[in-house]
Design a protein around this ligand. Structure first.
Ligand code: PPS
Length: 288
C-alpha cells in the first residue's frame, strides 16, 4: 500500500504519509473557507466519526439515507488528506469539513471566514487508550509497543498528530476569535439528545422532536458500529486491520480505568494539572 512507512513533518508535528503529503498540508493551510462551511475539529479519537454522523443526520432531518449510503470520509472529508481536493463538494449549501490539524495552522484562515467550527474534546486518558488500539489496527501508524510505552509517548506529545494538550489548548484559545462550539465526547454520551439540540441551535437548524428521535437512534454506538459507512470496514484490511481492533471499539467513558495502573494515573494527573493550568476546560473522566 501507498506510503505506509512515510512520515510527514508539518507545523511541528508528525503525520502519516499514507494520508498526507506536503502538498496536501499546504493546500489545507491555504484553503479558503466560506460562509456556511461547518468544520469539525478534533484531536484523533475524540468523537470525530460520531460528530460526522450527527451532522449528516441533522442536515438530512433524521433521514438515514445519506448516512447509510455514503462513507463518512466523503460526506465530511479531511481537509489535510490527499483526497480532499477531489472530494469536497463545491455546490451550494453547507460543506462539511473535518480536520485534526492544530489551531495555529487553520485559525487565521477561519478567522477571516464565516465558517462554523465544532471542536470536540474527549478526556485524554480515554483518548490515549483508544489511540493505542487504533495504532494496532492502522497499518499506516508506527508500532505502538506496549500500552505503557505508548502512554509515555502520548504524555510527551511524541505521537503522530502531536500533543493532545497543545491541540486542546490551541483550539480553546480561539474561543473569542471564531464562531466555535465546544462540546465534549462525555456530554454526547451523557445526553445525546441535549447535545444534538444544542448543536442544532448553534448551526441554526430548527428540528422537530421526531427528527431528534431519529438522530438519537441512528447515532447510538450499537447502530453506528453496524453501519459500514462509518465503521471503516470498507477500508482494506492491509490498511485497517479489524482483526487487531475494531474502529468502533467500545465507545464508552472511563475505559482508561481498565488500562492505567495507579502509578500511571498519578503521573497522568500531575502532567495534566501542570500542562492545563491556564486552560479553563472541564474534563469529565468518569460518568459514574
Ligand atoms: S478518528 O480516527 O480520529 O476519526 O476517531 P474518532 O472517530 O475521533 O474516535 C473513535 C472513537 O469514538 C468512538 N465512537 C463512539 N462512541 C460512542 N458512541 C458513538 N456513536 C461512537 N462512534 C464512535 C469509537 O468507538 C472510538 O472510541 P473507542 O474508545 O476506541 O471505542
Amino acid at each position: 500500500m501507498d506510503r505506509m512507512d512515510v512520515t510527514e513533518e508539518f507545523a511541528g508535528i508528525q503525520l502519516p504519509g499514507h494520508l498526507h503529503t506536503q502538498q496536501s498540508l499546504q493546500y489545507a493551510q491555504e484553503f479558503q473557507f466560506r460562509e456556511g462551511d461547518v468544520v469539525i475539529v478534533t484531536y484523533p479519537k475524540s468523537g470525530t466519526t460520531w460528530m460526522q454522523e450527527i451532522l449528516t443526520l441533522i442536515y438530512s432531518q433524521g433521514d438515514p439515507t445519506i448516512a447509510t449510503s455514503v462513507p463518512n470520509w466523503v460526506r465530511a472529508p479531511w481537509l489535510e488528506h490527499t483526497y480532499f481536493k477531489d472530494t469536497l463538494k463545491n455546490e451550494e449549501g453547507p460543506r462539511f469539513i473535518t480536520t485534526h490539524l492544530p489551531s495555529d495552522t487553520l485559525a487565521p484562515a477561519l478567522q477571516k471566514s464565516k465558517a462554523k467550527v465544532i471542536y470536540i474534546v474527549r478526556n485524554p486518558k480515554d483518548v490515549a487508550v483508544s489511540f493505542y488500539y487504533f495504532h494496532k489496527m492502522a497499518r499506516f501508524l508506527p508500532d505502538s509497543g506496549s500500552f505503557s510505552e505508548f502512554l509515555e509517548l502520548f504524555l510527551e506529545g511524541k505521537v503522530y498528530y502531536g500533543s493532545w494538550f497543545d491541540h486542546v489548548k490551541g483550539w480553546y484559545s480561539q474561543k473569542n476569535n471564531l464562531d466555535i462550539f465546544y462540546i465534549t465526547y462525555e456530554d454526547m454520551h451523557k445526553d445525546l439528545r441535549r447535545s444534538v439540540k444544542k448543536l442544532c441551535s448553534f448551526l441554526g437548524c430548527p428540528m422537530y422532536s421526531e427528527e431528534v428521535d431519529k438522530i438519537e437512534e441512528h447515532c447510538k454506538f450499537a447502530v453506528m458500529s453496524q453501519n459500514v459507512m462509518v465503521n471503516y470496514t470498507l477500508i482494506p484490511q492491509e490498511i485497517l486491520d479489524h482483526e487487531q481492533s475494531k474502529f468502533m471499539r467500545k465507545g464508552v467513558v472511563g475505559d482508561w480505568k481498565n488500562h492505567l495502573t495507579d502509578e500511571q494515573n498519578e503521573t497522568f494527573d500531575k502532567i495534566y494539572k501542570d500542562k492545563m493550568l491556564a486552560c479553563d476546560i472541564d474534563i469529565v473522566w468518569n460518568l459514574d
